[in-house]
Design a protein around this ligand. Structure first.
Ligand code: 5AD
Ligand code: SF4
Length: 474
């Protein structure tokens, strides 16, 4: 396994970046126009949030953000390591940048994110991608000015692993949207699900100070943000590293007290830690959306045990049923892994049974991908790809029917939608999302970032179709 996670510095133990920022600024101010930076992001919402920080920092250092790699003077690739495919995609893109570096020898290429926290990937980049200038791990992204200043000053490559795991506050954020934002409330994961690389590449759980989170959300609401998602690998363990017992339900309740016209989402929750107290806070809140992402992963108790998930089917259904009892309109989504090592046909059928019972509004499903250094990668009974693919096809077909039926229940109802403006595929159609994150299409022009009440007339598995309805909801 990689050498990351070896050290941890206390929360807030960040290094002062001011001199490095000044050094890079002196460099970027030399030309007649500002140099340009292209940021490419792979992976989850946490990575998207990290990229917004990377972009905020480079802007602060005098770069202009550009939408294409071809015209960039600095390229930052924010990588994902969750499955092999994600890593291969990132490596292939980095491979394509070789000719850009040949055309422009001054181009700086930095590889950030989860992939480079693994030593074997850094070694590979060092050997086979000599035009890459530096690697920067997720828990030290605040050090970007330092790395950049060093590369600019002496041209040496910096292929370092993670030096510490800290919570660095105050990095500038360049938000992609003016109405939808995510706020990291904690970093890292302690769970070590046996298939998962995240605890190795993102380190142990560190919670941000409640006051810092509350101030950030308050600021977003004041700026007019309508939809705010709290992010963490397992938000339910927020605060466990604190001595005062302040936990996620308290944070959610405190955030809900902020006055304004906004909705709160959060992800991800671990079923072993999702509590009735949390559900009660949601049900009593004014701003928390009735939407819950609760990864099941598998429907067999034996497989759940092998996955090191610390819950069984009964426990999962218990909290799910409680949610539906307290919030009948709640949309529940989930993650499913197909073909975990040694999963039998019967055990896979148990996953299908759980889908029929749980009736998720949507699932993200993945074929198991062995991750170097995780326990599952060494387990007996790795499932052949053709078997896994056949199971995935059955899973998707079943879920399609379930999502279809779930969405059909909304036909005739009027729901609140946050407009995302004109559809990318058809300028005559507008699109947006409900509080439950369901995609809605409607004909009436509603500027992006504004709420609109839409009466649903037709439903499909992945989208709803309707008409603006001024006469409120039901
Ligand atoms: N193979 C396949 N899927 C995985 N996930 C995490 N690790 C793996 C892996 N090795 C899935 C889980 C998790 C989601 C973010 O990615 O379902 O909830
Ligand atoms: Fe990975 Fe499990 Fe942590 Fe989620 S809870 S990030 S699946 S180890």
């Amino acid at each position: 396994m990689s050498d990351c996670c070896a050290k941890q510095t206390p929360v807030g133990g960040a290094l002062d970046m001011t001199p490095y920022i000044a050094a890079v600024r002196a460099h970027t101010a030399t030309g007649s126009t500002p140099p340009r930076c292209f940021v490419l992001t792979f992976g989850c919402q946490q990575n998207v949030a990290d990229s917004e920080k990377l972009a905020g920092m480079v802007e602060e250092m005098g770069y202009e953000i550009t939408a294409t790699a071809e015209e960039a003077d600095l390229i930052l690739v924010n990588t994902c390591a969750i499955r092999e495919h994600a890593e291969q995609k990132a490596l292939s893109v980095v491979g394509q940048y070789k000719h850009l570096k040949e055309k422009n020898p001054a181009l700086i290429i930095g590889i950030c994110g989860c992939m480079v926290a693994q030593e074997h990937r850094r070694t590979e980049l060092k050997k086979s991608y000599p035009y890459v200038s530096f690697t920067l791990c997720t828990s030290v992204i605040y050090r970007l000015p330092q790395y950049l200043a060093e590369v600019i000053a002496n041209g040496k490559r910096i292929m370092r692993g993670e030096e510490e795991h800290t919570v660095a506050e105050g990095a500038p954020i360049r938000r992609e949207s003016t109405y939808r934002a995510s706020v990291s409330i904690m970093y890292g994961c302690n769970n070590f699900c046996s298939y998962c690389i995240v605890p190795y590449v993102r380190g142990r759980e560190r919670s941000r100070e409640p006051a810092a989170v509350i101030a950030e959300v308050r600021d977003l609401v004041a700026k007019g943000y309508k939809d705010i998602t709290l992010l963490g690998q397992n938000v339910n363990s927020y605060g466990r590293d604190r001595a005062d017992g302040y936990a996620f339900p308290q944070l959610l309740a405190d955030l809900d007290r902020i006055e304004g016209d906004y909705t709160l989402h959060f992800m991800t929750s671990h079923p072993k830690d999702a509590t009735r107290e949390l559900v009660d806070v949601m049900a009593a809140s004014r701003h928390v959306a009735h939407s819950f992402h609760l990864p099941l992963q598998a429907g067999s108790d034996r497989i759940l045990k092998l996955m090191n998930r610390h819950y069984d089917r009964a426990k999962y259904l218990d909290i799910l049923d409680y949610m539906r009892e307290k919030m009948p309109d709640i949309a529940v989504t989930s993650d499913i892994i197909v073909a975990f090592p040694s999963e039998t046909e019967e055990e896979f059928d148990q996953t299908l049974q759980m889908l029929r019972r749980a009736r998720f509004d949507m699932i993200y499903s993945f074929i198991y991908s062995p991750r170097k250094g995780t326990p599952a990668a060494e387990m007996e009974g790795q499932v052949p790809h053709d078997v896994a693919a056949a199971r995935m096809t059955r899973l998707l077909a079943l879920q399609n029917d379930i999502a279809d039926a779930q969405n059909a229940k909304l036909v005739g109802k009027t729901v609140r939608v946050l407009s995302e403006g004109q559809s990318k595929n058809d300028a005559a159609v507008y699109t947006g999302r409900t509080d439950q994150n369901k995609i809605v299409f409607f004909a009436e022009p509603v500027p992006e970032g504004e709420w609109v009440m839409v009466k649903i007339e037709r439903a499909a598995a992945f989208a709803l179709y309707g008409t603006k309805n001024e006469n409120k909801g039901d």
